[in-house]
Design a protein around this ligand. Structure first.
Ligand SMILES: [Zn+2]
Length: 794
């Protein structure tokens, strides 16, 4: 019951609106209780929420006592003779029906409920009471209410408490019809406990899922999530546009950060009596000012809401002294502090909240002016053009500014060795740690081989390798700088300019990288020499990953993710697939085809690994995004987003040819500069780059097969060559299995003739065997199915 102990705090002299402060309301939410005087024996109530319909057919319904005049919770139980309740959900498309079926066994939800706890800020109370009043059979039963209050008060307090900030936000906004939500925690007869959300302010209003544990990790498995019927075709703009961040941060010797953040804010529609922001959990906002006047700050964490939102940060509220008006620009000032930097040992540091260390509302493009004050024995890097750097006593002060809007601003720190490279007008700086973190040092002495007794044969060469090198945190500093400079140049030549003209690369202790605008976090593993034990112990793909792919992938994010962005979680795969495949294109340009085929084969192997008898790839279509990381398939998100994503880009390249594929990437960069890209927009753009008269000219079948569905087919080729009427004819067939019966792809059969000529016959596969037949001018030397890795198959 973690959320019960999180304290809310009013950290500034509490201002009020209509006499009620956010902190007052929070106190009341924490003490919410059921109202025996508002308990009813109910029959045939219905709560329709677009595609989700709750029926309280027969049972007891009790409301909570009002807070600021509003009832925001209720409990239903079917705990009577013949008691009944039901939830019906009909997902609007096949993808969502499949997703739901993969968790519940059925494409539609029709679940009988024994109890439901409702928390709401929308019109739920009005809808239910209107129906109660209409039927005289629905009677008040205060005695039953007293029993229910005893039984359920604690549960209601827990669940309502987890939505505390949200409830207060909605209460203060006072527009339940545009912002309100309903959360229902239900006890299903077949499915056990699960949750329904209907949230008007969310991008997808209907979410149904279940909290699950795997090992000691908690997952919110999303069974289905979609835009509700009455919201289709509407845009979901933010309430507040933010621009021109001015951030002054002081890094204390104990690694805590105290920050003053200024940002310009403009309401986009109507008055805003309350503002909602996100910030990393360890950061606490002690004060906020609007145009210099103190505002109330309300902070509170909620476990459930956070898991549903699937972001690692907290929502906090700012209540200005007077509502903000549409069309006016305000200066917001936040004072916040916290510990978001961790010491991995030996002065190797890890920045935990890389994107959320300052208040933000969605990731909007904005300009940044960043000043850091830090102990001068440290190096600190951040994005943008250097404006000033100087020392004051024991402190160093660095100020950088971005010349164009970017989406996030990160920083990194350590004790660095640096290499600077200038190329084609781009300023690159690569930093390496001076010391190695303990996790990478003290590698045990290598065991080369055990010698058998008796006379020794000459030892094979592998045993003659020198012993492992001691890990050097800067072994590849110069090499990485050269490679990233080349990658930057290669991508800029093909795609156009990156997010910023300056790029800094600095290490992060971990086995990952991250590409922020103008700043790359690169795994400390990537800096190690290949003869280091930590690198030697990896397989071939692992070595390639840390030595080449990771830095090129993060460099490519300067375009994909930081110039072009994704429209939503369904489209996030595009950024990863584009970054990863761009990295492979660069590696091919530098080192030839071998590393690309190694990466693609390794991605395929990972996709075909089986968990409980099913392939990882079958977890769901790539457009499910982070929903693929469920308690059932924790590794599916990574393998599908990056591995299958790269394969999708590769197959598109093979359909288009190299020149057209590169032209498409350049066009994508230009057309979607600082704009979100959806999967459908990408399909339409890609289709424009197919060669004339190509089959599947809108790429609809390609996207249905590889993007919106699952399946990697097993394919087998057989053929004979026969002479008839003096002419040679090749008769063959491609047999497909291990996929759904409606699965079909275009598979290339390559026929190599004796004179070196190659004929490619495309075969549209289907369930079972599909024949093909063609005249050949001479006997083929070789007939192969897809020898050039044009298709993802097994
Ligand atoms: Zn990436």
């Amino acid at each position: 019951m973690k959320w019960v102990i999180w304290a809310a705090a009013c950290l500034w002299p509490c201002t009020t609106q209509g006499g009620v402060s956010a902190a007052d309301l929070a106190q009341q939410v924490r003490e919410i209780s059921l109202d025996p005087g508002a308990c009813y024996r109910v029959r045939d109530l219905e709560l329709p929420k677009d595609e989700a319909r709750l029926f309280f057919t027969d049972g007891y319904l009790i409301f909570s006592k009002p807070i600021a005049g509003v009832r925001m919770s209720a409990v239903f139980t079917a705990d009577v003779e013949g008691g009944e309740a039901e939830l019906l959900v009909l997902p609007p498309n096949q993808g969502e029906r499949r997703s739901l079926a993969s968790y519940t066994g059925s494409p539609n939800l029709d679940e009988h409920l024994s109890a439901a706890v409702l928390v709401f800020s929308d019109d739920t109370y009005a809808k239910l009471t209107a129906q109660i009043a209409r039927n005289p059979e629905n009677k008040k039963v205060p005695e039953a209410g007293a029993v229910m209050a005893d039984q359920w008060d604690g549960v209601v307090r827990n669940i309502a408490g987890s939505y505390e900030s949200r409830l207060i936000w909605d209460l203060l906004l006072g527009e339940p019809q545009s912002h309100g939500f309903l959360a229902a925690a239900m006890r299903g007869v077949k499915l056990g406990n699960f949750d329904l959300y209907y949230d008007r302010s969310a991008r997808e209003q209907i979410v149904i899922g279940k909290l699950n544990m795997r090992g000691n990790q908690q997952f919110f498995d999303v069974w289905t999530s979609f835009v509700a019927k009455s919201f289709r075709g509407r845009t979901n703009d933010p309430d507040l546009t933010l621009s021109d961040f001015r951030i002054a941060a002081k890094l204390e010797p104990d690694l805590s950060l105290s920050v003053v953040t200024h940002v310009k804010a403009q309401p986009t529609h109507g008055k805003l009596p309350v503002l909602a922001f996100d910030i990393a959990a360890p950061m606490h906002v002690s004060a906020a000012l609007v145009d210099g006047k103190p505002a109330e700050v309300f902070e509170r964490e909620s476990l459930r809401a956070e898991l549903v939102r699937n972001v690692g940060n907290e929502m906090f509220l700012v209540v200005p002294p007077a509502p903000l008006e549409e069309g006016r620009e305000y200066d917001l000032e936040f004072h916040h502090a916290g510990k978001v930097i961790f010491d991995a040992g030996n002065k190797v540091y890890y920045v935990g909240a890389r994107a959320n260390w300052f208040p933000n509302a969605g990731m909007q493009f904005a300009k940044y002016d960043l000043t850091f004050r830090y102990p001068k024995d440290l190096d600190l890097v951040t994005a943008g053009d250097l404006v000033d750097e100087h020392e004051e006593g024991d402190w160093r002060i660095t100020r950088r500014r971005t010349s164009v809007p970017i989406r996030m601003a990160g920083f990194n720190l350590g004790q660095y060795d640096r290499v600077r490279v200038k190329r084609n007008g781009y300023d690159l700086e690569v930093c390496a740690n001076r010391a190695i973190e303990p996790a990478l040092e003290n590698q045990p002495a290598p065991i080369i081989a055990e010698k058998p007794p008796g006379p020794q044969p000459r030892e094979p060469e592998i045993l003659m390798l020198p012993p492992d090198l001691a890990p050097d945190p800067a072994a590849r500093l110069q090499e990485i700088a050269n490679e990233i400079a080349s990658a930057l140049e290669f991508f800029a030549a093909h795609f156009g300019p990156p997010a910023l003209r300056t790029l800094t690369v600095a290490p992060v202790p971990g086995r990952f990288g991250q590409g922020f605008p103008g700043l790359i976090y690169l795994s400390t593993m990537s800096y190690l020499a290949p003869q280091t034990k930590a690198i030697r112990s990896l397989d071939a793909h692992g070595r390639l990953f840390f030595s080449d792919i990771l830095q090129a992938h993060e460099t490519a994010h300067q375009w994909w993710g930081n110039v072009v962005t994704s429209a939503g979680y369904h489209d996030e795969w595009l950024m990863e697939a584009l970054a990863d495949y761009s990295a492979l294109l660069y590696l091919e340009h530098e080192n030839g085809w071998q590393p690309v085929s190694l990466a693609l084969e390794s991605y395929k192997t990972n996709l075909l690994q089986t968990v409980n008898g099913k392939t990882v790839e079958s977890a769901g279509p790539i457009v499910l995004g982070t929903r693929l990381e469920s308690s059932q398939t924790p590794t599916a998100y990574y393998n599908i987003t990056y591995g299958k994503g790269s394969w999708i880009m590769h197959m598109l390249r093979r359909r288009m040819g190299d020149e057209r594929f590169l032209a498409m990437l350049a066009d994508l960069r230009k057309e979607y500069e600082r704009k979100p890209l959806s999967t459908e927009e990408f399909r339409l753009l890609a289709a424009r780059f197919l060669p004339p008269h190509a089959p599947d000219p809108e790429l609809e079948s390609f996207f249905d097969t590889w993007v919106y569905s699952t399946g990697i087919p097993s394919l087998k080729l057989s053929y004979t060559v026969k002479k008839r009427n003096g002419r040679l004819r090749l008769n063959g067939s491609v047999t497909q299995s291990d996929v759904d019966s409606d699965f079909s792809v275009l598979a290339p059969v390559e026929i190599q003739l004796g004179n070196g000529k190659i004929i490619t016959q495309w075969v549209q596969t289907a369930d079972g065997a599909v024949g093909f037949s063609l005249a050949v001018p001479q006997a083929p030397v070789k007939v192969q199915l897809d020898p050039d890795l044009s298709l993802l198959w097994r």
